[in-house]
Write a protein that binds this ligand. Sequence first.
Ligand code: SF4
Length: 351
Amino acid sequence: MIPETVAQVEPREQVILSAEQNTEEQYWRLQLAQSLRSTQELLRELQFSEQQVQQLSANDQGFSTLVPKAYVARMQPSNPRDPLLLQVLPQTAEAVSSSDFVADPLAEAEFNPTPGVVHKYHGRALLIAAGHCAINCRYCFRRHYPYHEQQRSRSQWQASLACLAVDANIEEIILSGGDPLALTNNMLFALIDEIEALPNVQRLRIHTRLPVVLPARITTTLCQRLQTSRLQIVMVLHCNHPQEIDAQVVQACLRMQQAGISLLNQSVLLQGINADTDSLCALSKKLFSAAVLPYYLHLPDQVAGTQHFFVSQQQGQALLRSMQSQLPGYLVPRLVKEEPGQPHKTLIPVV
Ligand code: SF4
């Protein structure tokens, strides 16, 4: 449960921060606490009429609305087809069921040796660091994931990491979630301390959408902690549309770059949002201008309730060919999909 006010968020942390850092930390946590948590609230914020609010409000199918105002500010008011709004607005189409779209399309439950750890790939282990995000994306492949069964307290992380410490093959830890940057600094830094103590681990990868949806999260304190880590830090952002990148997002990314953090992006191909050449090319260019390399373009996972976002492999391949004709190679992401039981993402040939 996300705290409603800063005063409720671990007051101990406020004591050890300088006044300037404290202000930065308070600011992003207050922004997170003030996120919109209902469809009606979201639509009213975007100046839809009361009649439209009623027409556009659909059942959230148990996956609640959650959107930071910093993200809403980049949406076009009163536009029901806005590509950012469509990523977070519950749709009646989510109620359509199909045997091809299931709760756990990647069968993650089978690759979970200890609570909080999803150990999937050779040399790398993925740790569920947080049970919540700063935004609830309707297409999320973990929208049905049983976070409540995963363990995320400090002592429970130690148990999860102890399981990785005995495996000398593990060179890289991937923090996922939820969103690891939705943790407070106290929690996140304690986790990084634990990971740094594992001698075999050389790299820390953080999968996050926070720099995009709540760029104020990229604070001085966070950058300093990551900059001074003995680990190589890779931040894998999740940005799907060029409209998501405003001046604050660019500034946050450049701060991380200056702190020596490698920045990659993965996008999900989404019907009606970014499944067109113009959007994808503009996204690659804007990412690169923010020092972020467009890395992966995912075909959407076949998650129950997300059929309306689906993009076929053939359409994805055609889009990549079109991007190749318009962009230098380093701005063309790799087209990939995840398949249950496979030890790595499946690279989809584009020729
Ligand atoms: S930020 Fe990522 S994990 Fe969280 S809801 Fe969105 S897609 Fe899912």
